[in-house]
Design a protein around this ligand. Structure first.
Ligand code: FPP
Length: 252
């Protein structure tokens, strides 16, 4: 039988245990107001703060935010530099507060591409909050879902070279411990703001059974009420994970 790494149907709690978000629309928010794109990103940071606090209060255990994709390097150099600076400033400014709130911060992605100062800040922030368990906040930075699967495969085969001689012996449960999000359950709910309906190489492995919610709202405009509306919608979903409704009703 095909062995899947998605084993259990989780309790359908009122709030998602794991919420993953693509924060899109910062640039358009700014352009609409005749402001530079940087103003949109700065307002985007305020929205991050609002959403982190709201998720903490509502009992979300894992919140994963797509801050910078592997493809975002293709943006004008000026904007890339600005995003990096914003990232550093936010880490410096927010880490004390996050720590007080019991937030555990992680950054996933190929951070080796960042300058050493930023890598150092990331490491320190992760170490500083490593004992916290209230909300696991993960920032995906220079992250791509395909990169994640490839690096998992490479690390698995490096640790278990014997698998090269027996590729059929590789199943999902062998690979998943090597994915960067292996510490978290798969996302229950995904939200993308800004009107596009795409996954854009975000957690492509982990989103296989996730409920997908799209809103036209630009990220800087996202309010706590918008998050509640997404949770309300999530509560109406029946998650079957390939089973039938009857099986779920019978608890099989
Ligand atoms: C997408 O909007 C947003 C980004 C590429 C950057 C997201 C970054 C932040 C919200 C701020 C930094 C975050 C942290 C966690 C410190 P876009 O620029 O693609 O908008 P557009 O599609 O309207 O152009």
């Amino acid at each position: 039988m095909h062995k899947s790494s998605t084993l259990a149907v989780p309790e359908h709690a009122g709030v998602p245990r794991h919420l993953a978000i693509i924060m899109d629309g910062n640039g358009r928010w700014a352009t609409q107001r005749f402001l530079p794109r940087s103003a949109g990103h700065a307002r985007g940071v305020q929205a991050v703060r609002r959403v982190v606090e709201a998720c903490g209060r509502r009992g979300v255990r894992y919140l994963t935010l797509f801050a910078f994709s592997s493809e975002n390097w293709r943006r004008p150099q000026e904007e890339v530099t600005l995003l990096m600076r914003l990232f550093v400033q936010t880490l410096q400014k927010e880490v004390d507060k996050l720590n007080e709130q019991g937030v555990r911060l992680r950054v996933v992605g190929d951070t080796s591409a960042f300058d050493s100062g930023l890598q150092d800040l990331i490491r320190k922030a992760e170490e500083r909050t490593a004992q916290n368990d209230t909300l696991h906040l993960t920032i995906a930075a220079n992250y791509g879902g395909r990169w994640d699967i490839l690096q998992a495969m490479q690390r698995m085969l490096t640790e278990h070279p014997e698998l090269c001689a027996d590729p059929k012996g590789i199943d999902e449960t062998a690979l998943t411990p090597y994915l960067t999000m292996s510490f978290a359950p798969e996302p229950d709910l995904f939200i993308r703001t800004g009107g596009e309906q795409r996954i854009s190489n975000f957690l492509i492995w982990q989103l296989a059974y996730t409920e997908l919610y799209f809103t036209e709202r630009y990220w800087p405009d996202i309010s706590v009420r918008d998050i509640d509306a997404a949770f309300e919608w999530y509560r109406t979903r029946e998650r079957r994970f390939g089973r039938t409704s009857a099986q779920l009703a019978g608890g099989d």
